[in-house]
Structures are given as C-alpha cells and as structure tokens.
Design a protein around this ligand. Sequence first.
Ligand SMILES: [Zn+2]
Length: 446
Amino acid sequence: MVAQKLAQGLCLWVFLASGSFAHAAASILDVRSWSNSEHTRYVLDLSGPAQAQISPDSTPGQVVVDLTDAGDTLPVSPVRPRGVVQHADLRNIAGHPRLILDVRAQVRPTLFALQKADHSGFRIVLDLVEEPPLAPSVPTSTPPKQPDLPVPSGTPLPSPSPVDQKPLAPEPTATSVPTDDTVHGRAVIIAIDAGHGGQDTGAIGPGRIYEKNVTLAIARDIKAIMEQMPGLHPVLTRNGDYFIPLAERREIARQHYHADIFISIHADASPGTDAVGASVFALSLKGANTATSRFARALAERENSADAVGGIHVSEHDGVLANVLADMVVEGSLEHSIWLGQDILHRISGFSPLHSHHVEQAGFAVLKEPGMVSLLVENGFITNLDEEHHLIEPQYQQKLAHAIVEGVDAYCRHYPLPGSWFAHEQEHAQEQAKHAENDRQHGSGA
Ligand SMILES: [Zn+2]
C-alpha cells in the first residue's frame, strides 16, 4: 500500500571510540526498544566499542544494521517487534551480528553511538522516523520540497538527531550571531531536557494534569525563546511523548549534541496539596545517598525512579558517582551549576513562591555527566491546586521559560565560555573600553 523506499547503498559508519580497541570483540548484551506514533527506537547495549553500519543490503521495507567488528555472542532474549517494526531478528551472518527489522511504512533511519561517561558501557541507537506516505503520483513540474537524498557509501555519521533535526549552527534571525564561528565565537549549546515521557507520566496533579506534558511545553518554550537570542543554541533531548532513560538523556546531550549546559525541566509533587513553590537542584557533592536536605533526597529518589517506570534496571554505583563528582569539581562545573541555579531561582521568585531559596543538592541520576553545567528545575508543585492550574497556562509556562533563558544568558555573560560568542563579545567590549580610555588620556594630556 504505502510506497516504500529506502535510500539504496545507505552506509553509515559509527566509530564508537577513537582509541584502540584491538582487544576482545564487543558483544551485544541486550536490545531494548521504544516507540510512539511516529518514532521507533532500538538500543543495543554492548560490552565495548564496536562499529555499526546501516547495510547496503537494506531493501524497501527492511532496515539492516551490521555490527562489523562485534563478537558473535548474542543476547539470550529475542529482539521484539515494536512500533513501525513488524518483525525483528538478530543473528550472526558472515561472522558478525546483524539486526534485521521489517518495517511496515517508509522510515528514515538514523544511527548513532553513545558511550557512558565512565566508559563502562557502549550503546548503538537506531532511530526509525516514519515518513509521511508519498503523495499519489500527480504530475507536477516542481520537485518535492525535501527530496530524499541518498547518502553516499562511507559517509561519516551525520549530526541530525533522533528528536531534533535542527542543524547545530545557530539559525540566522534578526539578532542572531553571524555564522562564521572562527571570527565571532561559537554558540553555547544548551540541552533542554523535558522530564519524563511515554509510559512515565511523572507526577499527576489533582486535576489529572501530567508532569510529562507540562515539562515538554516549558522545554519547547525555552527552545523557541533561545533561538531568538544571539550566542545560544538550544536543543531538546525529547520532543514528543516517548520514554528516554535518564542516562540516555545526558548522553544524548553530551555526546550527541556536545552540550555545554544541561537543564532538566520538572514539576514537583508531594503527598498533600499544601506544598508550593519552585526549586532548583544540582548534583550532590557527597554521594548518591546524601543530600542537602531530606526534601532534596526524597525528590532525587522520586525523579531517579523514572527509569524503573520505564522498565530499565539501573545499576550505577556510588564509586561511579564519586568519580563523576570529582571530575565536576575539577572542572568547576558544579560551582557554575550552583551559580546558574541561584540566578534562575532569583528570577523565578519575581512571580512565584519558592519552595527553597537556595540551590539544593542531591544525587540526581540525570545530572551525573561531567563536562556540562547541569541543573534540574522543579517549576512548582503540580499537586497544589493553584500551581497545577498555573503550570498548564501557556502564559505562565512562558514566564518560567523566560526566567530560565535569562538566567542562562546571564550565566554565559558572567562566565563566558572560551571561544564562545559571549567570550568574543566580552573581548570586544574590553577593547572598546581600552580605546576609550586611551582617547580620554590623550584628550586630558593635550
Ligand atoms: Zn519530574
């Protein structure tokens, strides 16, 4: 029925690690999958780095992925069909594992690799995005707007993402940065993480409002506002109603988008309806089971349980967390996270009560990524009738989004990232001030 067409000879290579991996070939430990109405994702968990490729043997109606240097040990449990996939099979062919997915609609496959910060795990992610059916063949003189360009064999993995197809470079707008990064500095990349999604609804308000929908609305507002500002390049870790494990959110942000700043958006919940106000959290310095308050610990436990809701078994030891925290302290990203969090809190306090007036710290799984300034913002209590009502108002969502964007902008100006648009702006301003001072001294001496 639906015309099916996959670019022939599509051949994408994923290099999981640039270092040497001459040792034992990686084996596939597990294959997981999720789907929503237009997007199906398969994740292959591996014991080590491996190369993956969408095979040129892919035919219309079938996506074939080869792991060309992986070992022949396969997971015990079978790979299940999911979403657009009608039949799934994983077997060894010509000495390496091959994943064969029969699809019932035209799909655009994207393959990318993720590696855990502590190098303890490797993943290959295959995203299948359903393409709208081709229009019936009406004779037309103009070509389709976005023709399906075949990807030449051996082309490096492209950067488009599973959830956000925007290019990494900032788009030109009235006030936007010139695109020449070398002259004007690069944009700071901000990953906005809409909490929860799919089967993980997050907290549910007394009026049956789901946290996952509130968080996505605010995240999209933040992205839209940032896109109009110079020097900022926003990306979303999720842009639809589907589940993403916590570790994958930060890996998508760091490894796929190379984000500098990570902000996870949430709405709070409490057993009663009295609790009100926004709060901001950074990762705790002292380990997974310590937090700056009982409140912070309880919250971290609840947000961390998202993976259990999504059917993921998480086993991250305190030792791993300790290393991540050590890295963050050395880099100063924790100190910076707290600076940014405090600034955002101050801005939110202009129109909302605060649940806590200083940045709380706890062992949030979603924040455990060194190299990024990372925060979790609880935008108010969805369990409070008034705040639930506010949180679904588009105008109120915009207010929260503006507070967060302005905080990020202030942070980027206060601590300009070397090589960034903000650093360039600061140098430019300093030069101008120096010239002005020279002119003044010349003027007074004459
Ligand atoms: Zn949440």
